[in-house]
Design a protein around this ligand. Structure first.
Ligand SMILES: [Zn+2]
Length: 293
């Protein structure tokens, strides 16, 4: 145990953020913290999602046409903690030189590094037009997150135009800081359902088409499809299965229904419409497939 380690400001701030269990708790901590650096900080809640929007040097009177606006985009929500932790996932515990907690990497560490860097860089803090967006719903549907914040800012004609946006998501590959991504790939989530007929596994004469087996063929066809090549920055289009469920709740029964989900990440050479068209054309040859969304 190395709990006596002296933490840097970024590490200490990461630890504090790890102890906030919800975006609401994080927002209540961040507002006075950012205000103390001179930001105008707002907590904006849409559809029960708490977001933080903070600006500095950005009022029309101080924003000269030649000035570049720097945006920072981050999120304060985390995926479920799950099991198997050696410490409380919301304690920010120090163990063997590591800071432990759900969201330490994705992305409370990223938030803390950016904020701590700002606090230490008075020249940027005092002179650069800055706009910070901290979503409370990046890991979910995001509907009450930054899209809702931007819509709200548009209503009051206060949506900034950015020259740069830094996103503090983890991108390192082998060592910290070895890789900076230029942008974010597109993301498409698909959920589907195949509906067939249940029956006994031993009843050969029934010739039942097992929807669980059909689902495997359907997914294999999609997952092995050669998508158009992408550029080096974004890498190849990639499909990952995220959920499968064809449980008949018995060891000798063919399921009547099989459900699944997958996510496709894609770059600038492919559009969501192209991918959806391909999925639909594959699905057309599997009459058992019906869509969830
Ligand atoms: Zn993230």
């Amino acid at each position: 145990m190395t709990n006596s380690l002296r933490l840097t400001p970024a590490q200490s701030l990461t630890q504090t953020l790890l102890q906030k269990k919800t975006p609401e708790e994080t927002a209540l901590f961040l507002k006075p913290w950012l205000d103390s650096l001179g930001f105008e900080t707002q907590i904006l809640t849409f559809q029960n999602v708490t977001n933080v929007y903070a600006t500095k040097n950005l009022s029309p009177s101080t924003q000269r046409p030649s000035q570049k606006v720097l945006g920072f985009l981050g999120h304060s929500d985390v995926v479920p903690a799950g099991e198997g932790w050696s410490a409380d996932p919301f304690s920010g515990a120090l163990q063997d030189g590591f800071l432990l907690g759900r969201g330490a990497v994705d992305m409370k560490g990223g938030l803390a590094c950016f904020f701590a860097a700002l606090a230490e860089n008075k020249a940027v803090l005092d002179n650069f037009p800055l706009a910070l967006f901290i979503s409370g719903d990046e890991e979910g549907t995001a509907e009450g997150g930054i899209p809702a914040v931007l819509q709200e800012l548009e209503k009051t004609s206060s949506r900034p135009t950015f020259d740069f946006i830094l996103i503090g998501e983890p991108t390192s590959r082998l060592t910290l800081g070895d890789y900076v991504k230029m942008g974010c790939r597109g993301s498409l989530n698909i959920r589907f359902c195949l509906t067939g007929t249940s029956g006994h596994v031993a009843a050969l004469g029934q010739k039942i088409e097992n929807v669980a087996t059909i689902m495997i063929h359907f997914l294999h066809e999609l997952a092995s499809f050669a998508w158009p090549p992408e550029d080096e920055i974004f890498g190849p289009t990639n499909l990952e299965i995220t959920t499968l469920d064809a449980d008949s709740h018995a060891t000798n029964v063919i399921p009547a229904q099989a459900r699944g989900g997958f996510n496709i990440r894609f770059g600038t050479k492919t559009s969501a419409e192209q991918i959806l068209a391909k999925i639909e054309s594959v699905a057309a040859s599997y009459p058992h497939v019906s869509w969830f969304f």
